[in-house]
Design a protein around this ligand. Structure first.
Ligand code: SF4
Length: 522
């Protein structure tokens, strides 16, 4: 029986977009795109339906003249070489050869037109890939440990769990109309590889003795998220066995769907409900829905490595290695992605992995093939040993394509990192994140130095500038740093002066820091 929404009992308390969603489920737009708009063209698309395109995984790109960006879900950031070739082909055919790795391990294309979508959906489906619900008010790409299955530290391989939860939620009409997006992470890596605290729902590694047996499972955090009003997720007092992960995820999604706020878009994320309810009330409601769960056990998160995995690293499988590569600000071209797929087949286990730091990993490389892989020409640019600043620089899409952006981000991020790499040597790696607007897709709040695009008035008119915040970090359990968001500094710096200002700031830090001070950098 189809799910009957309870929030429609008070339609006067729904935002304008909620009323649009009541008229047409976001998932219906996929069929309309294929059967109507792809044939009749961009000008035939009504505005309300353009907003629903997000459920197909696409947004209009700047300047909203018929071009779109598309996001493709990569669960846990793990794809096969064949899937990577499909993505490279789509980019080559329709996306002007650009491929971006996002901060949620997804792949993003630009320059697509509505006429391209049916063929792209077909190609993705044939490869077992989907853009559906990569955007929209629904459960999004599930991020995970990109090392799942090749991680000497993880408590268990979470890949199958992520796939199970993904299969349940994707295209599931019981959950295709949430108040806003629902971002989930599932990882059993002790170094917080999936950035638990900034997800709406995060499963983190834990153990608990149950009936005299030590059980490996998860703790649960709920209500994290960034944007203009960032919140850290709160821990629930429950322990979850692996076979109960889907049940808990379904319970949390149900609470969000039925009790989440729908009056104002900017106040609709799960973090606001969680902040109002608190962890205890949220847990009580969850238990009411899905039944009792054991109380928390022992937390096994012991640090945060900020999703950086550079160089040749041994896998638990004897004689095999993974190789972490730098993809500057997450941007590749189609040929580079094809070459990565070729290298994965020639030297590795045929897989490419994407990280939340916008980088890539090749896995399953035998000891005797490592040197040949490292000599591949592609690894001159996508190097496993990048210079310090470019190695830790993250950037969102910015005004090259994003209609919300106030400034250019990616090219500027590379220029700033190269400037600092030429002029500064520090004992630690400093993570710099650059975003084009308060929406924080580039996660500036968790950076050592976060730059947020803005405009500033000058005698020559309005020019691009940045607000600077410092000292953000995510948590590393009892032994690691406590999570905290970057704190804003006073003032606003013109974009063409920001590299010099950062140099001065870091020189000051270098000379004045005390022995126990430091960025929580990795
Ligand atoms: Fe666009 Fe803002 Fe997100 Fe950057 S942070 S991609 S500018 S919405």
């Amino acid at each position: 029986m189809a799910y009957e929404p309870i929030w429609t009992k008070e339609p006067d308390k729904l935002s304008k977009f909620e009323l649009v969603k009541l008229e047409k489920d976001g998932l219906d737009v996929i069929r309309t795109i294929i059967e109507k708009y792809a044939l009749e063209g961009y000008d035939s698309i009504p505005v309300d339906d353009l907003d629903l395109f997000k459920w197909a995984g696409v947004y209009q790109q700047k300047p909203k003249n018929g071009h779109f960006m598309m996001r493709v879900r990569i669960n846990s950031g793990i794809m096969t070489s064949a899937q990577a070739r499909t993505l490279a082909d789509i980019s080559r055919l329709y996306g002007r050869e650009l491929v971006d790795i996002t901060t949620r391990q997804a792949i993003q294309f630009h320059w697509l037109t509505v006429e391209n979508f049916p063929d792209i959906f077909k190609r993705l489906d044939a490869a077992g890939l989907y853009s559906f619900e990569a955007c929209g008010d629904c459960p999004r790409t599930i991020v995970g440990n990109p090392l799942a299955g090749i991680d000497k530290d993880e408590l268990l391989d979470t890949k199958a769990l992520v796939d199970e939860v993904n299969s349940f939620f994707m295209l599931n009409r019981d959950f295709s109309n949430l108040p806003r997006k629902l971002k989930m992470s599932i990882s059993a890596n002790p170094y917080n590889n999936a950035h638990a605290e900034i997800n709406d729902l995060a499963f983190t590694p834990a153990i608990k003795e149950i009936n005299g047996e030590e059980v490996i499972g998860f703790h649960v955090m709920v209500g994290g998220g960034l944007s203009a009003k960032p919140h850290l997720a709160q821990k629930l007092d429950i322990f979850v066995r692996p076979e109960e992960v889907l049940k808990v995820a379904t319970g949390v999604a149900t609470i969000f769907r039925d009790y989440g706020y729908r009056e104002k878009r900017h106040h609709a994320r799960l973090k606001f409900l969680m902040a109002d309810w608190g962890a205890e009330k949220f847990k009580d409601k969850l238990v009411e829905l899905i039944g009792e769960l054991p109380a928390r056990g022992e937390d096994k998160t012991i640090g945060w490595q900020a999703a950086y995995f550079y160089g040749v690293q041994p896998q638990p499988q004897q004689g095999l290695n993974y190789v972490g590569l730098n993809v500057p600000v997450g941007r590749l071209n189609a040929d580079e992605l094809t070459q990565l797929a070729d290298l994965a087949d020639a030297y590795g286990d045929g897989h490419i992995r994407t990280t939340m730091s916008q980088n890539a990993i090749l896995s399953g490389v035998p000891d005797d093939k490592v040197d040949d892989l490292l000599a591949a020409p592609l690894l001159k640019r996508l190097t496993p040993a990048p210079k310090p600043f470019i190695s830790r620089t993250v950037a969102c899409t910015g005004n090259e394509f994003c209609s919300l952006a106030l400034v250019e981000t990616k090219k500027r991020a590379v220029a700033i990192a190269e400037f600092l790499d030429e002029r500064l040597a520090l004992e630690e790696n400093v993570r710099i994140h650059i975003i084009g607007c308060p929406n924080a897709c580039g996660q500036k709040q968790i950076a050592d130095i976060g730059l947020q695009g803005a405009l500033v008035k000058t005698p020559e008119g309005m020019v691009e500038a940045f607000d600077i915040a410092i000292g953000g970090t995510l948590g590393g359990g009892a032994q690691g740093p406590a999570a905290k968001f970057a704190q804003p500094l006073k003032g606003r710096v013109k974009a063409d002066e920001v590299a010099g200002v950062l140099e001065q700031l870091l020189l000051f830090y270098k000379s004045e820091r005390t022995a126990d001070e430091g960025f929580h950098a990795f």
